[in-house]
Design a protein around this ligand. Structure first.
Ligand code: NDP
Length: 249
C-alpha cells in the first residue's frame, strides 16, 4: 500500500465490477477509505468491500440506482454521514445502449434510461457532493473515447452521453476552481469488462484500430484515476485524459 491518499474518503459509483472495482482497489491501495455503490450485484459489491478491508482501509457498499437522481443524492449523503466527509468522487457507473437512428428495434425508454445513468446521475452526484468537498477535493468522471469521436454507426446516443460529461467537466472545473477542487474526466478506449469483453468478433475488429493492438485492462484506467486523485495532479482541472491504447490517435 502506498500512502498518497491516506486519510481521504472516496466514493466510486458502480464499484461492484469492471473498471469501478479496479478503481476502488487502486484508491484503497493508495490509502483511501472507499465507499462503492451498485444496483444489482450485491454479492460482488460485498466481496469488493471485504477485499478493500483486507487491504487495511475502511469500506462500505451502498445500493443506489443511478437511473434515479434522488437515490444518487441520497448515496452521497450516506457516504458523508458515514465517514464524516468526502474528498474524492469518482463517477464511474454507466451503461452502453446501442442502436442506429433508424433502427426500429431501439427502445426509447432504454435510451432515456442510459441518459439518466450516464449523464443526469453524474450531475446529481456532483451537485450533492460539491458542498461537502473541501480544497484539494477531486471529481473524476469516467467518460469514453466515444465522447470525442464516433468511429462506427449505431452508437450516437451513448457517444452523446460521454460528450455531455466531458462538457460538464469543463464547466464544473470553472464552477469549483475558486475553491481548489479539481474536476476531470478519464476517457477509456475498449477495456475488457462485462460491458465490452475481449473475446468477441467486435473486439477482434476493434483491435485493428488500436495503435497498441489490444484491449486495455481495468487496472490501466484505475491508474489514471489514481493519478488525477493524487496531490501530483493538483494543477490539472477541466480536462479529459484519454487512456485508449491509441484508438483515437
Ligand atoms: P460494467 O458493465 O462492467 O460495470 C458497470 C458498473 O456500473 C457495475 O458496477 C454496475 O453495478 C454499475 N451500474 C450499472 N448501472 C447502474 C445503475 N443503474 N445504478 C448503479 N450502478 C450501476 O462496465 P465497465 O466497468 O466496462 O464501465 C464502467 C464505466 O466505464 C462506464 O461509465 C462505461 O461507460 C465506461 N467505459 C467503459 C469502456 C469499456 O470498454 N469497458 C470504454 C469506455 C468507457 P451492478 O454490478 O450492480 O450492475
Amino acid at each position: 500500500m502506498t500512502t498518497s491518499l491516506k486519510g481521504k474518503i472516496a466514493l466510486v459509483t458502480g464499484g461492484s465490477r469492471g473498471i469501478g472495482a479496479a478503481i476502488a482497489k487502486r484508491l484503497a491501495k493508495d490509502g483511501a477509505d472507499v465507499a462503492i455503490s451498485y444496483v444489482s450485484s450485491k454479492d460482488k459489491a460485498d466481496a469488493i468491500v471485504k477485499e478493500l478491508q483486507s487491504m487495511g482501509v475502511q469500506s462500505i457498499a451502498i445500493h443506489a440506482d443511478q437511473a434515479d437522481s434522488t437515490q444518487v443524492s441520497a448515496l452521497v449523503k450516506k457516504v458523508v454521514d458515514h465517514f464524516g466527509k468526502l474528498d474524492i468522487l469518482v463517477n464511474n457507473a454507466g451503461v452502453f445502449v446501442t442502436g442506429g437512428l433508424e433502427d426500429p428495434s431501439v427502445d426509447g425508454k432504454e435510451i432515456d434510461r442510459q441518459y439518466a445513468i450516464n449523464v443526469s446521475a453524474v450531475a446529481a452526484a456532483v451537485r450533492a457532493a460539491a458542498p461537502a468537498l473541501k480544497s484539494g477535493g477531486r471529481i473524476i468522471t469516467i467518460g469514453s473515447v466515444l465522447g470525442d469521436r464516433t468511429p462506427f454507426a449505431g452508437i450516437a446516443d451513448y457517444s452523446a452521453t460521454k460528450a455531455a460529461v466531458a462538457g460538464y467537466t469543463r464547466g464544473w472545473a470553472r464552477d469549483l476552481g475558486a475553491r481548489g477542487i479539481t474536476v476531470n474526466a478519464v476517457q477509456p478506449g475498449p477495456i475488457d469488462t462485462d460491458m465490452n469483453p475481449d473475446n468477441t468478433e467486435f473486439a477482434e475488429a476493434a483491435k485493428q484500430g488500436i495503435a497498441l493492438g489490444r484491449y486495455g485492462k481495468p487496472e490501466e484506467i484505475a491508474a489514471a484515476v489514481a493519478f488525477l486523485a493524487s496531490p501530483d495532479a493538483s494543477y490539472i482541472t477541466g480536462t479529459t485524459l484519454t487512456v485508449d491504447g491509441g484508438m483515437n490517435a
